[in-house]
Write a protein that binds this ligand. Structure first.
Ligand code: MOS
Length: 745
């Protein structure tokens, strides 16, 4: 049997290596090893490092939307108590990359492209002094000669095809719509979203000679090192980033942000460490937004309820020149049938803060709209919405013909229906009343692409029989520490107490980073491969084949030989190796995605239109479950975001200058405890060898992808009001509510 230890993942590795191990820790719902540190305040987050001589920087944001900075009154600022420097350099005002592989466009000095863009940093001995001087700093501007609009639907807005995605076209959609026995042609709006990570962005920068050390909060360290080096014009090997704990990212920390560059520049100028912590308002205003979308969905079905045509076209927005365009139709490409199709994204060039990756870019908003439109089609055809979905799962990806690696969608729909009690659902709206509340149920599919990215991890089996896993992989709350330790523990036959995991330091081998739900499978596969190599070396020491080697509870055995403690086998030597993986042919040869189904029951207040989610069930299939507790938490968190996306979350921009109005958590409404009911999460077991040698697929973002659609469908089922503009706030519902005194209709 060959060991596919080559870096490129060209062939599905169907050996199911992990299933043949004996330790029994993989998949277990184990606590995260760093959990106690986090809940007791002992985990050190970016702003919390104590570094001698550190001074404080506060960013100053532009108070015009578009133009140039013409003058900054440095002297007045420097005359204030404690103020040490005023930094204004194009490298810190220019946009951060805001997404993988997107290089920050070069900008002229101090150009302002949106309201709230950072234009300066004031550094002082104390935070209060810096904040005071930052507020007082006088900045003069000249307005732009040719401003771009603030509104993506403005008549003079420039609309472009994004370079990041190509339309999918097949057959003749217009003809299919004409031929259809049943069809829908609907337009939905979704608003902008904020990542709203709990930990605001923060960086402490210090120089040692010509080398820079950053303590910060980032998702992808190896990539972030390159970005910082690029911004400062220094070599990447002169940059080290340390980020062992990250208080959430949701895409907002994929790329470096202004505070990192500003801190590095200030620390260089002052010759001492500088800390820059963004306020919550600054995070909202400058870091990143999910684009609002306008989506047209066309569904054409034959008399048997089978899709013959499918159209999904979206208008999103971003600043002029930015590469990223919310990939709204990403899952529509492979989810349902309908050979006659048109899937297309266009981007409106507007002046609002940079749009970028926010949790499940594409599917988060694309799926909720597609799934709401599917509900509309099911109603027209007069079949159960679950049945409609099951009838329309293609054998291969439409137009492209690519086979699916694995797909648990039917199982998720069926098992979810059972667990949720779907059979109690009324086909027609306004059939169930609970006091003043109309009650209804809705369903939606979940789908999210699976991606592998290059990753490395070093594993050391130490002479004392314990193991150390090292990689720059971050843990942004997702469970990287737990699952990477479990993979090593399983492979090396060690209880978790004897596995140490060191993460979040760019001096360590480059993992995948945390993003796109790819961290676990990519970096986890690198750990797996490193452990396989160590097993081979152990087998050699013991004089057996690697396949015969049995490692359990810190002992090694083979055949009839008695188990020997690893410490004895190792004879004082460490075994260390670096595992590597890169995406190869399997990435293109198979359509790879994680799937699931959402079920929601809501109450709609018959008089006020207020919506409350009463309960939710999510069922998910994403290959091997690496840790049933952390995976469940990811799904749960995604469904909570689904509640926000359906009912409360919406970035509001002033139409006169594009500034973000609701730039804090008081006005941007993420769901709070009282908004979140009992949520049931069911994890399906699956093996997907095409996705990774772990037979696992990504799960991080899956729980949001479609969840809001199930809630919107439940709202319709409850009260008969179809709102095609998210979030479904009561002002949009109440005008169309039926007679509140009727008990059924
Ligand atoms: Mo995710 S939006 O790739 O952090």
């Amino acid at each position: 049997m060959h060991l596919p230890l080559s870096e490129m993942y060209n062939e599905p590795d169907d050996r199911n290596v992990l299933d043949r191990m004996r330790q029994g820790v993989i998949g277990q719902p184990l606590d995260r090893p760093e959990g106690a540190l986090k809940v007791s305040g002992q985990a050190t987050y970016a702003a919390e490092w104590r570094i001698d001589g550190c001074v404080e920087g506060v960013l100053v944001l532009a108070e015009i939307a578009q133009g140039q900075v013409t003058a900054i009154d440095r002297d007045a600022a420097l005359a204030r108590d404690g103020v040490l420097a005023v930094i204004a350099d194009p490298a810190m005002t220019r946009r951060s990359a805001q997404g993988m592989a997107a290089k920050a466009p070069q900008q002229d000095a101090a150009k302002v492209e949106y309201f709230g863009q950072p234009v300066a940093l004031v550094v002082a001995r104390t935070f209060e002094q810096a904040r005071d001087a930052a507020v007082a700093l006088r900045v003069d501007y000249a307005d732009a000669a040719e401003p771009v609009p603030f509104d993506p639907h403005a008549p003079d807005v420039k609309v472009e095809a994004p370079s990041s995605s190509k339309p999918v076209e097949g057959g003749d959609l217009d003809q299919a719509m004409r031929d259809a026995a049943f069809s829908v042609d609907v337009e939905y709006d979704t608003p902008g979203h904020a990542s709203a990570a709990m930990e605001p962005h923060a960086t402490i920068a210090q120089w040692q000679g010509d080398s820079l050390i950053l303590h910060g909060s980032y998702q992808m360290l190896a990539y972030n090192v390159k970005e910082i080096a690029d911004c400062l014009g220094i070599s990447p090997d002169k940059v080290r980033i340390i980020a062992p704990y990250v208080g959430g990212g949701f895409g907002s920390k994929l790329g470096i942000t202004h505070e990192a560059v500003a801190a590095a520049l200030a620390a260089r100028e002052l010759g001492r460490p500088v800390r820059v912590v963004m306020s919550r308002q600054q995070v909202f205003q400058t870091v990143m937004r999910r684009s609002e979308t306008r989506q047209r969905v066309r569904l054409a079905a034959d008399a048997g309820g089978r899709l013959i045509g499918l159209g999904h076209e979206a208008l999103v927005s971003n600043l002029p020149g930015e590469k990223f365009a919310e990939p709204v139709t990403q899952a529509t490409e492979f989810l349902y049938g309908g050979e006659n199709r048109l899937l297309k994204v266009e981007v409106a060039r507007i002046s609002r803060l940079t749009a970028g990756s926010v949790r499940a870019p594409g599917e988060a908003v694309g799926m909720q709209v597609l799934e709401a439109a599917m509900d509309e089609l099911a109603e027209k055809i007069g079949i159960d919405p679950i049945e409609l979905r099951k009838r329309n799962l293609p054998a291969t990806v439409p137009v492209q013909g690519t086979p699916y690696s694995s797909r648990m969608l039917t199982q998720a729909l069926e098992q979810g229906a059972q667990a949720f009690g779907w059979s109690a659902r009324q086909d027609r709206p306004c059939q169930t009343r609970d006091g003043d509340w109309w009650v209804g149920m809705g369903v939606a599919s979940a789908a999210r692409v699976n991606m592998m990215v290059p990753a490395q991890a070093r594993v050391t089996l130490r002479a004392d029989g314990s193991a150390l896993v090292e990689t720059d992989q971050t843990d942004i709350g997702t469970g990287s520490y737990a699952i990477l330790g479990q993979i090593a523990g399983e492979m090396l036959g060690l209880p978790m107490a004897r596995v140490d995991v060191k993460l979040g330091d760019s001096a360590l081998p480059p993992g995948a980073g945390s993003g796109g739900s790819f961290g676990a499978i990519s970096t986890g596969s690198a750990v797996l491969y490193a452990c396989e190599e160590i097993r081979k070396r152990l087998a050699k020491i013991l004089g057996c084949a690697a396949e015969e080697l049995v490692l359990k509870d810190g002992t090694a055995s083979h055949g009839d030989a008695a188990p020997r403690p690893l410490r004895d086998v190792l004879g004082g030597e460490d075994l260390t190796t670096t595992g590597k993986i890169k995406p190869g042919k399997t990435a293109k040869a198979f359509s790879q995605a994680s799937y699931g189904a959402f079920f929601a029951e809501v109450g709609v207040h018959a008089f006020t239109g207020e919506v409350r989610v009463r309960r939710m069930t999510g069922v998910f299939g994403f290959g091997r479950v690496l840790n049933a507790k952390t995976a469940r938490s990811q799904c749960l968190g995604g469904m909570v975001w689904g509640i926000g996306s359906a009912l409360t979350e919406e970035l509001a921009f002033d139409t006169r200058d594009g500034h973000l109005v609701n730039h804090d958590l008081a006005e941007y409404h993420v769901p709070v405890h009282a908004d979140v009911p009992a949520i049931e999460v069911i994890l399906l077991e699956e093996r997907d060898a095409a996705a990774s040698p772990l037979q696992a697929k990504g799960v991080g973002e899956l729980g949001i992808c479609g969840a809001a659609g199930a809630i919107a469908n439940a709202v319709y089922n409850a009260c008969g009001v179809r709102v095609r503009s998210f979030p479904l706030t009561l002002d949009k519902i109440v005008p169309s509510l039926p007679d509140p005194f009727a008990q059924t209709l």
